[in-house]
Unconditional design. Structure first.
Lengths: 450, 301
């Protein structure tokens, strides 16, 4: 089926052809001349009479002109020959770090391939952390593909996600931008990182000093070297416990999930080295929040930790950075499978090398509170289940049958392809149109001579 | 002459008497206005001094002792001029099942010449075509009709030339027959005809009308007068189906006006349609009667 990169241009050609046809129908035709001696007795009239009944004249010339116009329009409109079966685009967006897993990719293609559907597997960074990245990447990819393939009418989106993602903030923010339903595909072969305990929410601070959350948090965390934060599995509430596992404050003892947050007020965490001359940095970023303030940097990751961080996150090296200074230096790390209590299903150690400035109004802001809570929260507490994203369907979405987004919603977001496909189609159409125009000129000239 | 053979056969024996007495002329077949001493007695008149004594009726003088002279009408020749209009309008229709007006005019002219020649009248012809005037003076010798036919056949109707100057040069003591479609200088021609008629000439107008002029062709055409020299006016009028009625009314009025005006100047007027038989047209002209032809207007007297 021929499709056009610029359909309006072909439409203009069709309109011009229609106008030419109308002119042929409405052309003023002079009646045949007749030498009539008694013409003086004919009532005066206009010699260029218009035919009363529309009738095509010079059908050959009309066909030549109309065909030449259509060919010119098709050539300039960037005609392409598209398989009309591919009217549905099935777009699969997965995390970029899975791009090298060709076996998974092939199996995905095998499973999802359907007739009359164009399958496109697209990899984007950050999808495993926040599905919002997948939505953004899907929107961009859909815009590009719909511009390249005008025959597409619908776009189905499937996001390949790990069982748990770091946050859904971006997903929630961008969900309304995708005009259709979103299918979730949980990728098998979970990484160790993904198997961290799932805690929907954490209240870090529970102490006596309720007037100053930061001070309370720091006091709780740094109360003693062996202080742990445990989370009440039933209520999701985090409590401080002492080295003996006893709750610091709070009431009844309940099953707890072990976490280990090393955030010393003074000194440096383990695997970190103290800077001989502390410097100052202006910002701290973590968990999607950025806090600008007069931070003092006193420690840096040691060579071993830095090497592990540089080598990337993997099951063998389950450590990653979770907070960064404004200049990009790591400020906090998280390691799965680190030291933990025996009660923990999967121990996790979070190390924070941030020295908070002494009491300041800055730390009373919401960003500061959220940042501190996130840094002091147990490992994995910020992760949410991928399945919970189902609740973010657009209005009218059906849980059983995903609603494909209309391709028209993405057209115009990306520059359309203007070239023809195959490449020789435009030159061939132009040559044919010019040939027809030459024939039309010769024909018209010959008719004029005749 | 083979084309005119049936026509000449058809008009053989036809006589074409003058419509009134002919003036002084050599003896001929037409009644003369002159009184003479011919053998055919007409009346007596008292002898007057100067009369030829040979005209006295001596027997009557002996019986009545009164001198009377015997009078009789003279018979005179009537030279006949046949003027044929060979303008471009006479070539209509140039093609089609019917003959053109010029062809019909040729047939009638040859027929009239034959009739006049048979009456021992001198017959001549004047053909006006494309600014040129070709004439054969009236003759009575043998072969005159054939010569007239050859001249007529050698001319193609074209151009626009006035008939009046050519007719004005003709002698007044003659019969002048003009075969025309009256679409040229009819006003001037009527004036010349009136002058000639007053002077004693016998004028006949044979108005040649094409059948296609009476019943225009169907369809829409941009009609133009072939004698018009103005290119802009050549395609200035459209003859369509809804305009035929008005056209015919105007054309009929024109023909009636022509008949009235020609007769008003003392000339004979005969309308000949191209669809009419030429011999019957000749008889109609000669006999001065209206003969319907093919149910159409035919010949009108």
């Amino acid at each position: 089926m021929p499709v056009f990169a610029m359909p309006w241009l072909f439409g203009a050609a069709v309109a011009a052809a229609a106008a030419v046809t109308a002119l042929h129908l409405l052309s003023v035709r002079t009646p045949p001349p007749l030498a009539f001696p008694t013409a003086r007795f004919v009532t005066d009239g206009e010699a260029r009479a218009v035919a009363r009944q529309p009738r095509l004249n010079d059908i050959g010339l009309l066909l030549l002109r109309v065909l030449a116009l259509l060919l010119l329009g098709a050539a300039f409109a960037g005609v392409r020959w598209e398989d009309d079966r591919a009217s549905v685009l099935h777009l699969v967006v997965a995390d970029a770090r899975w791009a090298t897993d060709t076996a998974w990719r092939d199996s995905l293609t095998r499973v999802l391939s359907r007739d009359e559907t164009m399958l496109d597997v697209h990899f984007a960074r950050g999808v495993a952390d926040d599905p919002g990245a997948a939505l953004i990447a899907a929107t961009q990819r859909a815009a590009w593909l719909t511009a390249q393939h005008p025959a597409l009418s619908r776009v189905e989106l499937t996001m390949a996600l790990p069982p748990k993602v770091a946050t859904r903030a971006g997903y929630d923010a961008w969900r309304t931008q995708w005009p259709g339903a979103v299918q979730l595909l949980e990728r098998g072969g979970r990484a160790a990182h993904d198997s961290a305990p799932l805690v929907p929410g954490v209240i870090v601070v529970e102490g006596g000093d309720r007037d100053e959350a930061v001070a309370a948090a720091m006091r709780g965390v740094t109360a003693a070297a062996g202080t742990r934060v445990r989370v009440n599995r039933g209520t999701g509430e985090a409590v401080l416990v002492d080295t003996g596992g006893r709750r610091v404050g709070g009431a009844a003892a309940q099953p707890l999930v072990a976490i280990d947050v090393q955030w010393p007020r003074d000194g440096v965490p383990r695997d970190w080295v103290a800077m001989t001359v502390p410097d100052t940095v202006g910002a701290l970023a973590a968990h999607g929040r950025t806090l600008i303030g007069p931070f003092e940097r006193t420690a840096l990751p040691n060579a071993t930790l830095q090497a592990r961080l540089d080598s990337g996150y993997s099951a063998a090296r389950p450590v990653r950075a979770i907070a960064w200074w404004g200049d990009g230096v790591v400020a906090a790390t998280e390691e799965v499978g680190g030291e933990g209590e025996s009660t923990s299903a999967v121990p996790c150690t979070r190390t924070v090398a941030v020295r908070l400035p002494a009491g300041s109004d800055l730390l009373l802001t919401d960003d500061a509170r959220g940042l501190l809570r996130a840094l002091s929260a147990p490992c994995g507490t910020a992760r949410v289940a991928s399945r919970s994203l189902d609740g973010g369907r657009a209005a009218g979405d059906s849980a059983a049958t995903p609603v494909a987004a209309p391709a028209s919603a993405f057209r115009g977001l990306s520059a359309p392809r203007t070239g023809s496909d195959p490449w020789w189609l435009t030159p061939a159409l132009l040559a044919a149109a010019i040939l027809l125009l030459v024939v039309e000129w010769l024909w018209h000239d010959r008719a004029g001579v005749a | 002459m083979s084309a005119y053979g049936p026509l000449l056969d058809a008009v053989r024996g036809v006589r074409w008497p003058a419509r009134r007495a002919v003036g002084a002329a050599p003896p001929g077949a037409h009644r003369s206005s002159q009184k003479g001493t011919a053998g055919e007695f007409t009346e007596y008149r008292l002898y007057r001094q100067g009369d030829d004594p040979r005209a006295l009726d001596w027997r009557l003088l002996a019986r009545s002792d009164r001198a009377f002279v015997r009078l009789s009408d003279d018979r005179a020749l009537l030279p006949t001029w046949i003027v044929v209009d060979a303008s471009a309008s006479m070539a209509f229709p140039a093609e089609g099942p019917t003959r053109s007006k010029y062809t019909q005019a040729k047939q009638v002219a040859v027929g009239l010449a034959a009739v006049a020649h048979a009456s021992s009248d001198p017959v001549g012809v004047v053909v006006v075509a494309d600014g040129a005037v070709q004439r054969i003076p009236p003759r009575t010798r043998r072969g005159t009709v054939q010569e007239i036919a050859r001249v007529l056949d050698s001319i193609t109707a074209r151009g626009a030339s006035p008939l009046a100057p050519a007719v004005a040069q003709l002698p007044i003591h003659a019969r002048i027959v003009v075969l025309t479609d009256c679409l040229g200088d009819s006003e001037s021609l009527l004036k010349v005809a009136a002058a000639h008629a007053v002077a004693g000439a016998m004028f006949e107008c044979v108005h040649v009308v094409a059948g296609e002029e009476l019943r225009p062709p169907t369809g829409t055409h941009a009609v133009h007068d072939p004698e018009s020299r103005d290119d802009a006016a050549r395609v200035s009028r459209v003859l369509a189906a809804d305009g035929v009625r008005a056209y015919r009314e105007r054309f009929d009025a024109f023909r009636r006006e022509m008949a009235t005006r020609w007769r008003a100047v003392g000339a004979g007027y005969t309308e000949v349609v191209t669809t009419a038989d030429a011999a019957r047209a000749v008889r109609a002209v000669v006999m001065g009667v209206a003969v319907p032809v093919n149910g159409v207007a035919g010949v009108e007297r």
